[in-house]
Design a protein around this ligand. Structure first.
Ligand code: ADP
Length: 375
């Protein structure tokens, strides 16, 4: 914490020097002024904890200076100790008395008495500042909570919307099955229903994973895994979506095995999620490339697409949960913005990092995952 300022105002340099000597050993920063005008200038520049004003000064005297201080918002509440020579002139009452703490110390000054008083005011000032800082902190936290609350509300709205479609499709599937059908027609309906159920289960599993990871409840089954195998499993799981969108997929992995310590199915989940996003956010007939490389620091996986791209300002935010790029909604295919949050957490659980590079709208995206080999 910075030392609080104490303003000393006296027209006699010897008095200022004596006051300065009195407070030298104390934890306060002294501001010295030889006149009321100088004092006002210093008060403009500094946030002062206390002012010691000599009453009898040529020109603007101590009372006049105090009145000006009380008339100004910035200095209205600065406590004042008047240093008075002899008895205070009863007729010259200081009019700003009620506006804040005021005290009188007669000259010649008793050093100990003055120091004790000064400390009372300085401590009060510090406490007030601490309270103000806590109040600001609480206000900031309240704003952050409101934002988080808004984000949750928005997420619930998106989620409800995304759940309604598959549930409605399942209900009408059941209706259709209850009517007379050929075996072929029934099989087709069942297939569609199965797809909806798979989609719903994935959504529910992802939601549960996000909570479980947050609570530290996703234990990794760490073994020695061959990344070529992991890529193979992820490609297998997403092949259908990639083909359906008419994309070409190029997979470039080294011939020699690339083994790392990690959780086989969680790593496959990471890659499958990135491949499925590449398929979703790339217009029909695009190109997706997956490369796996041994780097000096570990393994680097890149998944590049020729899709809609990601604006620069969203490139870190998309890894937060429930965040979707505006305008991508039509391509999300029932996603609710948790896939990348989950991917990032799973990568972090393996001691790795993930980032995205994109030149912006319509210029494609590259997701880069770096994994250490000994998680
Ligand atoms: P979801 O796809 O369910 O919305 P994600 O968490 O997987 O959620 O992705 C968050 C957002 O990041 C997406 O909504 C989309 O806007 C953007 N995004 C993810 N992958 C890509 C990609 N390959 N190309 C362009 N945008 C992407």
């Amino acid at each position: 914490m910075t030392r609080p300022y104490v303003l000393l105002v006296d027209d006699l340099p010897a008095n200022l020097a004596a006051l300065e000597a009195l407070f030298q050993a104390d934890n306060v920063a002294l501001l010295k002024a030889g006149s009321g005008e100088e004092a006002l200038e210093l008060l403009l520049k500094h946030d002062v904890a206390l002012a010691l004003l000599d009453v009898q000064m040529p020109g603007m005297d101590g009372f006049e200076l105090a009145e000006l201080m009380r008339g100004t918002e910035r200095t209205r509440n600065v406590p004042i100790i008047f240093l008075t020579a002899g008895s205070v002139d009863k007729n010259r009452r200081f009019r700003g008395y009620e506006a804040g703490a005021v005290d009188f110390i007669p000259k010649p000054i008793e050093g100990d008495v003055l120091r004790r008083k000064v400390h009372v005011f300085v401590d009060l000032h510090q406490e007030r500042q601490e309270v103000a800082a806590e109040r600001d902190d609480l206000a900031d936290r309240a704003i952050a909570l409101t934002h988080a609350d808004d984000a949750k509300d928005q997420f619930l709205a998106v989620l409800a919307h995304e759940l309604r479609n598959p549930v409605a499709a399942l209900a009408s599937g059941l209706d259709l099955l209850e009517r007379p059908r050929t075996e072929d027609q029934a099989a087709q309906i069942r297939n569609q229903m199965r797809r909806m159920v798979t989609h719903l289960s994935r959504l529910v599993e992802d939601l549960l994973d996000v909570t479980r990871i947050k609570e530290g409840k996703v234990p990794l089954q760490i073994t020695s895994v061959d990344m070529q195998d992991v890529v193979g499993l992820a490609v297998e799981g997403t092949r259908h979506a990639i083909d359906e969108a008419g994309h070409r997929l190029y997979v470039d992995v080294p011939r020699q095995p690339l083994t790392i310590r990690g959780d086989y199915s969680r790593l496959a989940q990471v890659i499958a999620n990135l491949l499925s996003n590449a398929a979703k956010y790339t217009p029909q007939g695009g190109t997706i490339r997956l490369t796996l490389r041994q780097e000096s620091h570990g393994i680097e996986l890149r998944i590049t697409d020729t899709g809609v791209g990601i604006p620069a300002e969203m490139q870190t935010r998309i890894f937060e949960k429930f965040v979707q790029v505006e305008g991508h909604g039509a391509r999300a295919q029932g996603g609710v913005g948790i896939g990348l949050a989950l991917v990032k957490k799973l990568v972090a659980l393996h001691g790795g990092t993930i980032r995205v590079e994109s030149l912006g709208e319509g210029r494609g995206s590259t997701f880069i995952v770096s994994l250490p080999q000994s998680a």
